[in-house]
Design a protein around this ligand. Structure first.
Ligand code: PXG
Length: 463
């Protein structure tokens, strides 16, 4: 076996990667031909690849690297915990200090009576837990027929069977189908689906789809509603202001449980500790992952309110993972939360770097290919269109122009993703003003290059 290291030439690393490594959400054959970009180091908001390029990470890895790369305190917290107690479980009447400390910290940070924490290792797992929790809750309350979870099309809740089924990604559903008892309603995506309605009218109408679905299914069969405060993987879709208050009204009226999936929005991304605080809702359960540890180690959590915990704690909930509350992961997450508090990073997103990025991001709206530039906290999106007035899609398969734009970003050493024909960013909270300027300059350059290519290919036309 070849000795593989960061000294190995890029082409060789790429060939070895293609030979044995299967990538998520990737056509393996196509990637093998092109060769994957090999990331070797990172510091702050900067990635370095095996060819020495310095890349600005406008996506915080996968929406998780909130405190920035290279934080020694997290390294030390992991090393210390590994020496003291690298592993023990929390089954069979045992516990350990990192799990106790992190659960207490989360109960302190989460507002109201969101006081009880069930640990997992990924957002998908935590949503699996949530699905089992809400069904166990109703069953324990003598209403086992309450099985259905209502979610939204184009939502993302994970990639396990339950996470994928809760999510509303048709491309995932097509590969093997979904589990029973999940019902999807339409999303509050005004730009693409709002037609002639005002955003406010549309937001209200899409929220009222929840009530329609409840009445169609029968409210006595519905266990819960799940939603991301702002859809992330769906394209940073910021709902109209009328949407969430109406959802909360309906959830309250029918007494179903409400799960806020905070995997992306949680821990400061929207300028508050949780996205539901930015949207003004009152969930019973929240899903946390990613920013909980800033991605340094895998850890996730379901935080549930007193109402849910009172019922679940009275039964044996037959559920749990080997790594629920893993001590090393919990110690790292705790240190991450301390850093967020000490450096006031949530306040920084709300009052300093968030507004600064928002002002720069808004300048991109004058680009000929950008229909709107929207942002909340540090998650933003650009809607690409050949006609700003009609919000028309391009005369090409959906995502063609987005992909062409992403390729230009890639060439300019900027990680700015595309979802269909939307461009999205979610940079680390520690990004400086100068780094925001650099990000915006690279984004504009990439948009300019893409615009020329799109015109040259005859695609700058409404479908
Ligand atoms: N809920 C939400 C809202 C997410 O964004 C998950 C659950 C699942 O978490 P895990 O840790 O199981 O991946 C996510 C994950 C993308 C992308 O392309 C987004 C996610 C994951 C992978 C890719 O934007 N979000």
């Amino acid at each position: 076996m070849t000795l593989i290291s960061t000294q190995t030439p890029t082409a060789e690393l790429q060939a070895l990667d293609a030979a044995h490594h299967m990538h998520p959400f990737t056509t393996g054959d196509a990637l093998a031909k092109r060769g994957a970009r090999v990331i070797t180091r990172a510091e702050g908001v900067w990635l370095t690849d095996s060819e020495g390029h310095r890349i600005i990470d406008g996506m915080s890895g996968l929406w998780c690297m909130n405190i920035g790369y290279g934080n020694q305190r997290l390294v030390d917290a992991a090393a210390k915990q590994m020496q003291e107690l690298p592993y023990y479980n929390t089954f069979f009447m045992t516990t350990h200090v990192p799990a106790i400390a992190l659960a207490n910290k989360l109960a302190e940070i989460a507002p109201g009576d969101l006081n009880h924490v069930f640990f997992a290792s990924s957002g998908s797992e935590a949503n699996d837990t949530n699905l089992r929790l809400v069904r166990a809750y109703w069953s324990a309350k003598g209403q086992p027929e309450r099985q259905v979870i209502i979610s939204r099309r184009n939502a993302y809740h994970g990639s396990t069977m339950a996470g994928m089924s809760l999510g509303g990604m048709s491309g995932m559903h097509e590969q093997g189908g979904i589990i029973p008892g999940i019902h999807h309603i339409d999303q509050p995506h005004w730009w693409a689906e709002g037609g002639d309605m005002t955003p406010e009218e549309f937001g209200l109408a899409r929220a009222q789809d929840l009530e329609k679905a409840l009445l169609e299914i029968g409210p006595e069969k519905v266990a819960a509603f799940i939603g991301e405060p702002i859809q992330g993987a769906g394209g940073v879709i910021i709902p109209p202001a009328t949407y969430w208050p109406e959802i909360q009204r309906i959830v309250d009226k029918y007494g179903i449980l409400f799960i806020s999936d905070e995997v992306i929005c949680g821990f400061g991304r929207t300028g508050n500790w949780f996205g539901f605080q930015t949207m003004g809702t009152r969930p019973d359960i929240i899903t946390c992952a990613k920013g909980l540890s800033s991605g340094y180690v895998p850890i996730a959590a379901s935080i549930v309110n007193d109402k849910v915990a009172d019922v679940i704690n009275a039964i044996e909930f037959n559920h749990g993972y080997t790594y629920s509350g893993h001590p090393v992961a919990a110690a790292v997450a705790l240190e991450n939360l301390r850093i967020i508090e000490e450096q006031n990073l949530v306040g920084r997103v709300k009052d300093d770097i968030g507004p600064y990025l928002a002002a720069q991001w808004a300048t991109l709206a004058d680009h000929p290919m950008v229909g709107e530039a929207k942002i909340v906290g540090l998650m933003g999106s650009l809607a690409l269109t050949p006609n700003k007035a009609t919000r028309a899609p391009f005369k090409a398969d959906a995502g063609t122009v987005g992909y062409m734009t992403r390729e230009c970003c890639f060439g300019n050493d900027l990680v700015m993703r595309h979802v269909g024909d939307r461009m999205i960013i979610a940079p680390p909270f520690v990004i400086s003003h100068a780094e925001v300027d650099e990000l915006i300059a690279r984004a504009r350059k990439s948009l300019d290059q893409a615009y020329e290519k799109v015109k040259a290919a005859g695609l700058f036309e409404a479908a």
